[in-house]
Design a protein around this ligand. Structure first.
Ligand SMILES: Cc1cc2nc3c(=O)[nH]c(=O)nc-3n(C[C@H](O)[C@H](O)[C@H](O)COP(=O)(O)O)c2cc1C
Length: 370
């Protein structure tokens, strides 16, 4: 029996295996609206064999986008654009569809990665970003505006509004993006948060806004559907956000009904010094799981079926998320199931792809001709 291909239940959501397609920005939307690219991309990876596909960082207001091409869900047009994509996925795939709700804060107004990824100055068509404090991500950059009470309320409401739209679209689960140096992580990390009010200073104060956002999203999303949070377990910078604070944050999230912690790292400072290697963030997921008992998702340079199996079988994490490995091999889940003796669901037009030595890879299938 493969541990990776064993089921897991998150609230009422039943997943047939422990694999999630990690959220991946495509930087290809039109004013926040999904288009033909998203249709192809999402439908392709909905057939990867992963039990859950997580839609890329979906921004809750236009100035919360990382780049002008980032996906959004803030009005009827952005909602309508996702509708046919979801309808197609539901028709062809059994994957659960999660959505990552995000706000980029001071990392907004950036060029797409393939155009260098640097800040777009306002005079060149960029926009004024917002953040916990008027501290730019890089010293040379235009500073964000520090959010006041009205700004915090607007953004919290935007998360709530997007969660409501996600529910209307039939999204199965939400992931609140609290990682990678974006707005909620900016509140958590003393590197970006220099506030002196009740949203800055102590750990309790720095956690306040991210927890308020989580509570607000949790309250509006149906109680039978899970809501998880992605965190950066460390800033990889001395004096920054670290694993102990992550565990304290995860404990608070657990009390408030979080269903998983998706454990990533870094992103808040250009001074970060990351030690990269296969599964380099798995120990963070393991530490969060051990300390809190919450389901964790391990992510980061997990590329091999056996590696993923070991992570789940040894209890280091409850699920794995793959990003680049899935782009490289969009049937990663099929190949992992073949290697580990698991099963995946494939659409009938593809059943004949089942290799003869893996007789039940797609379960009980039959087809004929005359
Ligand atoms: C093209 C691309 C886009 C990404 N976009 C997001 C995103 O929208 N939200 C997020 O939390 N992480 C994002 N990430 C990070 C991945 O979800 C993942 O955490 C990271 O790539 C490490 O996993 P991997 O080694 O399997 O690629 C992105 C990564 C890639 C390669």
């Amino acid at each position: 029996m493969s541990a990776l291909f064993s089921p897991i239940k998150l609230r009422k959501l039943e997943l047939a295996n422990r694999i999630m397609v990690s959220p991946m920005c495509q930087y290809s939307a039109d004013d926040g609206a999904a288009n033909d690219w998203h249709f192809t991309h999402i439908n392709t990876l909905a057939l990867s064999g992963a039990a859950m596909f997580c839609i890329e960082a979906t921004h809750v207001e236009p100035i919360g986008r990382i780049t002008p091409g980032c996906l959004g869900l803030w009005d009827d047009a952005t909602e309508a654009a996702l509708k046919p994509i979801l309808a197609s996925v539901r028709k062809r795939s059994k994957t659960a569809v999660a959505m990552q709700l995000a706000h980029a804060g001071r990392k907004g107004s950036s060029h797409t990665p393939w155009d260098g990824g640097q800040q777009i100055p306002i005079v060149q068509g960029g926009w004024q970003t917002v953040a916990p404090s008027a501290v730019p991500h890089k010293e040379s950059e235009q500073a964000p505006l520090a959010l006041d009470g009205a700004g915090l309320t607007r953004i919290r409401n935007a998360f709530v509004d997007a969660a409501g739209r996600a529910e209307r679209l039939g999204i199965d689960a939400l992931e609140v993006h609290g990682a990678h140096g974006y707005l909620l992580h900016q509140f958590l990390s003393p590197i970006a948060n220099h506030r002196t009010d009740e949203y800055g200073g102590s750990l309790e104060n720095r956690m306040r806004f991210p927890l308020e956002v989580f509570d607000a999203v949790r309250a509006v999303f149906p109680a039978d559907k899970p809501v998880g949070v992605r965190v950066s377990a460390t800033d990889w910078v001395e004096g920054g956000w670290d694993l102990d604070q992550t565990i304290a944050f995860a404990q608070e999230l657990k009390r408030r009904g979080a269903d998983w912690i998706d454990v990533s790292s870094g992103g808040v400072s250009p001074l970060q010094k990351i030690t990269l290697g296969p599964g380099y963030q798995v120990p963070f997921a393991e530490a969060v799981k051990q300390a809190t008992g919450l389901p964790t998702i391990a992510v980061g340079l997990i590329t091999e079926a056996r590696q993923a199996e070991d992570i789940i079988a040894s209890g280091k994490a409850d699920m794995v998320a793959l990003a680049r490995g899935m782009l490289y091999d969009p049937r990663w889940g099929w190949h992992a199931a073949a290697a580990l003796g698991g099963q995946v669901s494939a659409p009938p037009p593809y059943w004949r792809a089942q290799p003869s030595q893996f007789k039940e890879l797609f379960g009980k299938t039959s087809f004929g001709a005359r």
